[in-house]
Design a protein around this ligand. Structure first.
Ligand SMILES: [Zn+2]
Length: 71
């Protein structure tokens, strides 16, 4: 499972199958194929965290559930 943060709309995008293929942001439709892949298993360093609300918290919980469910 891979994760990218769209540089256009800042929404997280997930995929497990698009390596090597086009990766379009599901929120805004922009091509983020060449955006670096992030690891959902580590805290994401963003300026958003500085204001006390981390938009990636729910994302990490989502991945923890997936991992516990078995891959
Ligand atoms: Zn986007």
């Amino acid at each position: 499972m891979l994760m990218k943060t769209c540089p256009y709309c800042q929404n997280a995008s997930f995929s497990s199958t698009t390596l090597g293929g086009p990766w379009l942001c599901p929120s805004c439709g922009e091509d983020i194929t060449h955006t670096p892949v992030e690891s959902p298993h580590r805290p994401v360093q963003t300026g958003e965290a500085a204001n006390g609300k981390n938009p990636f918290d729910s994302v990490r919980k989502f991945f923890r559930k997936l991992i516990k469910a078995g891959s």
